[in-house]
Design a protein around this ligand. Structure first.
Ligand code: UGA
Ligand code: MN
Length: 241
C-alpha cells in the first residue's frame, strides 16, 4: 500500500522552486502517491505540468476557502487539506497519510519510516520555533509528552510534519477533519482520531534522528514587465518575464 502525501500549495513566487525541490525528493522514493491540492478554485497549468514531468503517481486537486468566509485566525492550507482528506476517504483503502507541506525539507528516509505506521506515528521535526526542534519525548519506548516551543494547552504539541496516520484510523474516524483555528490544526486534527499518548508510535530510531525540517523559503519579487528595459524587449528576457 502507498504512502499518500497530502501537499497543500498556493501561488507565490517561491511556489515552483519549492514544488520542484519537493518533487525531485519524492522521485527518489518508490511507492508514494502524491496528492497535491492547490489553494485555489481551479487547478493551474504550471502545477499540472510539473506533476506530469515527475513520473510520480499523483492526484491533482484544488479547493479554497468559501468566498464569504470571514473568520479571523484561519490556519494555512485548511480547505485544500480537507479536499485531500475527502479524496483519500473516497479513493484510498489501505496505506498511510502524511501531510507534506511544500516548503519543508525531507530526508528520503522519513518516507520509508512512515510506511511502518500502524495507527499514528510521530517523529522529530527540525527548525521549529525558538527551541529549534519539536519532538515527542520518549521514555521506555513510549511517548510521554512533547518538547515543543508552543504548548498552549495542546494535547498533541506537534508540527504538521511530525506525524503520519494509517488510513485505517482515518476510515475509523469519518468525521475527522482539518480544523480552522490557526496554530491548532495539528492538535485539533489528532484529537479527532481518538488516541492516547501511549498509542503513538515513535519513529526515527525512537525519535533520536531529525529526518524532516520545517524550512521556510524567503519570498522574492514577482518579475514585472515594467522592470525590463526597452532595448532588451527583443531578447530572451521577454519570455522570462
Ligand atoms: C506551520 C505548519 O508547519 C503548517 O503545517 C500549518 O498549516 C501552519 O503552521 C498553520 O498552523 O497554519 P508555516 O510554515 O507557518 O506552517 O506555513 P506555510 O508553510 O506557509 O503553509 C503550510 C502549507 O499550507 C504549505 O504547504 C503551503 O503551501 C500551504 N498554504 C499556505 C496554502 O495552501 N494556502 C495558504 O494560503 C498558505
Ligand atoms: Mn512552512
Amino acid at each position: 500500500p502507498p504512502v499518500y502525501l497530502v501537499t497543500p500549495t498556493y501561488r507565490r513566487t517561491a511556489q515552483m522552486a519549492d514544488l520542484t525541490r519537493l518533487a525531485q525528493t519524492l522521485m527518489l522514493v518508490p511507492g508514494l502517491h502524491w496528492v497535491v491540492v492547490e489553494d485555489a478554485e481551479v487547478r493551474s497549468e504550471a502545477v499540472a505540468e510539473l506533476l506530469d514531468r515527475t513520473g510520480l503517481r499523483y492526484t491533482h486537486l484544488a479547493a479554497t476557502k468559501p468566498p464569504n468566509f470571514k473568520k479571523k485566525f484561519l490556519g494555512r492550507g485548511v480547505f485544500n487539506r480537507r479536499e485531500g482528506l475527502r479524496w483519500l476517504r473516497q479513493h484510498a483503502t489501505e496505506g498511510v497519510l502524511y501531510f507534506a507541506d511544500d516548503d519543508n525539507t525531507y530526508d528520503v528516509r522519513i518516507f520509508h519510516e512512515i510506511r511502518r505506521t500502524q495507527r499514528v506515528s510521530v517523529f522529530p521535526v527540525g527548525m521549529i520555533l525558538q527551541l529549534g526542534i519539536s519532538s515527542p519525548v520518549v521514555r521506555n519506548g513510549k511517548v510521554v509528552k512533547f518538547h515543543d516551543g508552543f504548548q498552549a494547552g495542546r494535547k498533541f504539541a506537534l508540527d504538521m510534519a511530525g506525524f503520519a496516520v494509517n488510513l485505517r484510523v482515518l476510515h475509523a474516524n469519518p468525521q475527522a477533519t482539518m480544523p480552522e483555528r490557526l496554530t491548532f490544526l495539528e492538535d485539533g486534527f489528532l484529537k479527532q482520531l481518538h488516541l492516547e499518548l501511549e498509542d503513538l508510535e515513535p519513529l526515527a530510531s525512537g525519535c533520536t534522528e531529525v529526518l524532516v525540517w520545517h524550512t521556510r523559503t524567503q519570498s522574492s519579487p514577482t518579475p514585472l514587465l515594467e522592470n525590463l528595459s526597452k532595448e532588451d524587449m527583443d531578447t530572451n528576457l521577454i519570455t522570462l518575464y
